[in-house]
Design a binder for this molecule. Structure first.
Ligand code: NIG
Ligand code: FE
Length: 416
């Protein structure tokens, strides 16, 4: 390793190169390249393939990185996070260990509602500082594109402040950050029912969010005891009318018809899917919707039921992987999520990495710009310790990222 100074970038001698370019898949699998080279010019990929097919770069024209003994993959696209929170909920760990369920904690005013109280009392500068530190950690763990949901404000002022933070961070940090309005994350105490709160979302919150242009997506937590499928549909139809693209949290705890709503409203993705059956998986696949799987969530809920990833893929549903980083499931690490996907959901390292890169990009509609090492796309690259793909999930609880590159610029290095 040890990059030299230069304008552009050549990574060569790569032991294993996986581009995640769907065009390179044969029968749904990409065979990684051994002794690969990646060439970057003006922040974009120019070449990614075998070393002996690489264009010749004259000496001194580029920063050269020798990646012998390393694996190179696209930067991670974390397509589902709730980074806009204040503080943490470490104090709930004891209750969780005593067997109290997620919905019990929520009904008693804890969970999301306790994070709402914390965020309402947090200033914009303090929120920005907390989010920046999470984004920095994400960069060190290889994440170059991040989706961030609001949803811990649940009143107009705090929801707008959260999305403003997202848009400020998108403008000031090297990562690309995309905002999602999740006003329908829980019913706040000042509203008596999900219907009444939904009226407020549709009449006041959505128009304000749309007018400020600070969110691309609108999400709803469609779940028993939170938002019914009817209310979910109403909110997402209204969101669509304001130009926001629908996403849904569905089937995390129980299945209440979220998949049908997703298809009706033309959602880009459905997320969690712990209780989704084969029939719904097939219908979602037919509609071209991406399933975003979040194995950190059952891990943090201390449950053994992970999303049936293999069944989804057999039914033709394309799956993405994301952290769900939130105060209940507090991890910024996509490598850890990839380990969980392999160890607990039976995904292969290739399937998991594809889920964490190109399929994450598809869940955000960004597949033409990021998510694979394809000539013309942005040069978002991760250099991993370990000479094969298997090393990434195999070693867990450590940071396997040696270097994160965003738009051709070295963002940061993990621990050696
Ligand atoms: O995706 N399920 C709803 N929202 C988050 C959890 C948020 C929280 O507990 O603070 C999730 O898991
Ligand atoms: Fe979530």
């Amino acid at each position: 390793m040890g990059p030299e100074e230069g304008t552009d970038l050549v990574i060569r001698g790569i032991s294993t190169l996986l581009t995640c370019d769907p065009g390179r898949e044969v029968d749904g699998i990409e065979v990684p390249v051994e002794d690969g080279t990646v060439v970057v010019r003006h922040g974009r990929i120019v070449y990614a393939g075998p070393g002996d097919g690489s264009p010749v770069i004259p000496d001194g024209m580029a920063t050269v990185i020798d990646a012998r003994g390393h694996t190179v993959i696209p930067g991670f696209v974390d397509s589902h996070t709730h980074l806009a929170f204040s503080g943490d909920r470490a104090f709930e760990l004891g209750a969780k260990l005593q067997g109290r369920s997620y919905l019990e904690i929520l009904k008693a005013g804890g969970g999301i509602l306790s994070s709402v109280r914390a965020l309402r009392g947090t200033t914009l500068p303090s929120l920005l500082e907390q989010m920046r530190s999470r984004l920095d950690r994400m960069a060190r763990y290889g994440t170059t594109t991040v989706e961030v949901k609001s949803g811990y404000g649940l009143d107009l002022e705090t929801e707008l402040r959260s999305l403003e933070a997202v848009s400020i961070l998108d403008g000031t940090s090297r990562q690309d950050i995309h905002g999602t309005f999740l006003g329908a994350h829980a019913v706040p105490p000042e509203w008596s029912s999900d219907e009444d709160y939904a009226d407020h979302i549709c009449s006041s919150m959505l128009p304000a969010v749309a007018e400020q242009g600070i969110a691309r997506f609108c999400d709803v937590f469609c779940e028993t005891g939170v938002f019914s499928s009817e209310v979910t549909e109403r909110i997402l139809m209204a969101a669509s009318g304001h130009g926001l693209v629908p996403k849904l949290h569905i089937d995390e705890l129980e299945s209440i018809g979220g998949a049908d709503v997703a298809i009706k409203v033309g959602a880009i993705s459905v997320e969690h899917l712990l209780r989704t059956g084969p029939e719904d998986a097939r219908s979602l696949a037919r509609s071209g919707i991406i399933g975003v799987l979040l194995p950190g969530t059952p891990f943090a809920l201390m449950k053994d039921d992970y999303a049936p990833a293999r069944m989804f893929m057999d039914e033709g549903l394309d799956v993405a992987l994301a952290t769900d980083c939130n105060p209940n499931c507090y991890t910024e690490s996509m490598p850890f999520i990839i380990s969980l996907a392999c160890y607990r959901m039976g995904m292969t390292p290739f399937e998991a990495i594809r889920g964490a890169t190109i399929n994450g990009a598809r869940a955000l509609g960004l597949q033409d710009e990021v998510g694979s090492l394809t000539p013309g796309k942005r040069a978002d690259i991760v250099i991993l310790d370990g000479p094969t793909l298997d090393h990434l999930p195999y070693r867990f609880g450590i940071n396997p990222v040696r270097m994160t590159i965003k738009d051709g610029t070295i963002l940061g290095s993990g621990e050696p």
